[in-house]
Design a protein around this ligand. Structure first.
Ligand code: PEP
Ligand code: MG
Length: 581
């Protein structure tokens, strides 16, 4: 038995037989060719280009039903690259001038591209370099006769795929083949492949060192997507423990599934509204399946992070598609929250000492007006297709709201002049996630149509702790008295001014804090669709009366840790089965 540790990237527990997609790193044949073989090598390369293009096209075609436009976009990028004249000329040059075999020529040219991408210290480019690696691999495999689709043909349902890395293309094929889960040596939680797996509920562990060399085809493998564990050839005792866990997990999911069509009402009959937070349109499917009331937060910056600067037309198409598949339910589109930890080198941006406090989100958009206008035009135009609102991130004061509204008015005028249809009366709301805005919530409420509480940032900035820093995560307490005071203040301001208020930070999907928020008076919650059923379960088990009593106790606690314990006890008493242990 070997236990390997990686990063949990999609929750779940599965046991199955291993299917080794790639055992070793690709062996590229290298030899010198004769002058008389140049044409033959060139032909081999052209043939591989043609077949690889056909391969990507066919996956794109067969995935049209199940994938969102933006997920399909990756295939267009691959196809564009395979037609790139510079790339083709470069490979031909190596074949003709250096008398290299075609596989080696492709490998050298692709490696040069990968290297230049990896030299840029930026997550976005690192992810893109993997895309080039996938294309290179596919081309070389074509030429040496290792057709990936043939390898994938051998895969059976319910197998666990083990690989060095899995491209979004291969992940698409694997998901359609109903594999049980996958583990990779490479990859990150935020890669396209991981996001895709999460939206299909397939457990994934990424970043597992030495994975491929420790697994053989057909080995029994346990994948623990909660702890990021891959257990290879488990001993009897471990297998027994995990078989039990897998069974419990299946029945936990079954229990949650029963709630799909149930109403979201507390045990004393108060209705609660649940919405989804989405990063890619694909997640809307799950949101609909679980009967969310709509999308409470569409984080549009992810389309930028996935593709770089995209045209108004492309943004329009992605948003229109999201609005249409959202079944006429409300959808809140947040303007780009770029900068901070969501920064791409594609964005002209000075190096900042404190990016979380820097030129980010609305500040960035206001500084780069043309860039912002492009997005506003796309949102306003797409909004004609459904019940759409627009939300502004990281607002710190009233001036930013007014400046943004001025730009929106300018954009509207331009659209009128150009005779382009758009939604004239789009509601405009703000994220309340900077303490300064929370403190003047009463004034801000008079300027906007709705509030959404971004508790992730609100807690970060109020308590002065970096939300991504594990060393200070113990201080991340949504029950801190200061947070309770701000949450109450925001709610009162919204009620007084008769505007809607939702909570869309992580606490909105966390059973413990749902109880806290209900006690404070919040009734609208927006969360990752994966957490909707869990939220339904806790809400149906508890009463507003109990939650209000809970708040009374929390207010008396001067130490947040004690309040956290109080909340845990409350959950244990009322819904100990809401979490999977
Ligand atoms: C938040 O800050 O709570 C929020 C929902 O926004 P994001 O997590 O995208 O910063
Ligand atoms: Mg935020």
């Amino acid at each position: 038995m070997i236990e390997l540790l990686g990063q949990p990237s999609s929750e779940g527990i599965v046991i199955g037989k291993a299917f080794l997609l790639v055992k070793d790193s690709l062996k590229v044949p290298r030899y010198k060719i004769k002058l008389s073989d140049i044409e033959k090598e060139k032909e081999k390369f052209y043939e591989a280009l043609k077949n690889t293009k056909e391969y990507f096209l066919s996956i794109k075609r067969t995935s049209k039903q199940s994938m969102a436009t933006e997920q399909l976009y990756i295939f267009d990028v691959y196809l564009m690259f395979l037609e790139d004249k510079k790339f083709i000329a470069e490979v031909i040059k190596f074949i003709e001038k250096r008398l290299m075999n075609a596989e080696l020529a492709v490998s050298i040219v692709i490696n040069k591209i990968i290297k230049s991408f990896r030299n840029i210290n930026d997550g976005y480019f690192k992810e893109r370099s993997y895309d080039f690696e996938h294309i290179g691999r596919k081309l070389i495999n074509e030429m040496v006769g290792n057709h990936v689709e043939k390898i994938l043909d051998g895969i059976n349902e319910n197998e666990i795929v083990i690989s060095y890395d899995i491209s979004p293309t291969d992940a698409t094929v694997l998901i359609n083949r109903k594999i049980k889960g996958f583990a990779t040596e490479r990859g990150s939680k935020t890669s396209h492949t991981s996001i895709l797996a999460r939206s299909f509920g397939i457990p994934v562990v990424v970043g597992v060192s030495d994975l491929c060399e420790n697994v053989d085809n057909g080995d029994t493998v346990i994948l623990d997507g909660f702890q990021g564990k891959v257990i290879v050839r488990p001993d009897r005792e471990t297998l027994k423990i995990y078989k039990n866990k897998e069974k419990r997990y299946i029945s936990y999911i079954k229990e949650l599934d029963k709630l799909k069509d149930e109403t979201v009402t507390t045990s004393d009959g108060v209705e609660v509204n649940l919405y989804s937070n989405i990063e890619i349109s694909e997640e809307i499917k799950l949101s609909n399946e679980y009967h969310a009331k709509g999308v409470g937060l569409y984080r549009t910056e992810f389309m930028y992070l996935a593709k770089g600067d995209i045209s108004e037309e492309e943004q329009f198409e992605i948003l229109k598609n999201a609005i249409l598949i959202n079944n006429n339910k409300p959808i809140v589109i947040r303007t780009f929250d770029l900068g901070g930890e969501k920064l791409s080198n594609l964005l002209p941006h000075n190096k900042e000492k404190n990016p979380a406090l820097g030129l980010r989100a609305i500040r960035y958009s206001l500084r780069h007006e043309d860039f912002f206008k492009k997005q506003l035009r796309a949102i306003l135009r797409a909004a004609t297709f459904g019940e759409v609102s627009m939300m502004l991130p990281m607002i710190s004061g009233i001036e930013e709201i007014r400046l943004t509204k001025e730009i929106i008015e300018k954009v509207k005028k331009e659209l009128i002049q150009e005779k382009i249809a758009f939604k004239h009366n789009i509601p405009i709301g703000v994220m309340v996630e900077i303490p300064s805005l929370a403190l003047i919530a009463d004034i801000a409420a008079q300027e906007v149509d709705f509030f959404s509480v971004g508790s992730n940032d609100l807690i970060q900035y109020t308590l002065g702790i970096d939300r991504g820093n594990a060393d200070v995560s113990y201080l991340y307490r949504p029950t801190h008295l200061a947070i309770l005071i701000l949450l109450e203040k925001i709610l009162k301001a919204a009620e007084k001014n008769k505007i809607n208020v939702t909570v869309c930070g992580e606490i909105a999907g966390e059973p413990k804090y749902i109880a806290e928020l209900l006690g404070l008076g919040y009734r609208n919650f927006s969360m990752s669709p994966a957490y909707l059923l869990r939220a339904k379960m806790i809400i149906r088990r508890i009463s507003i009366k109990e939650c209000k009593n809970l708040i009374k106790k929390l207010k008396k606690n001067k130490i947040a840790r004690e309040s956290e314990e109080e909340l845990s006890k409350f959950i244990e008493k009322n819904a100990s089965d809401v979490y999977f242990h």
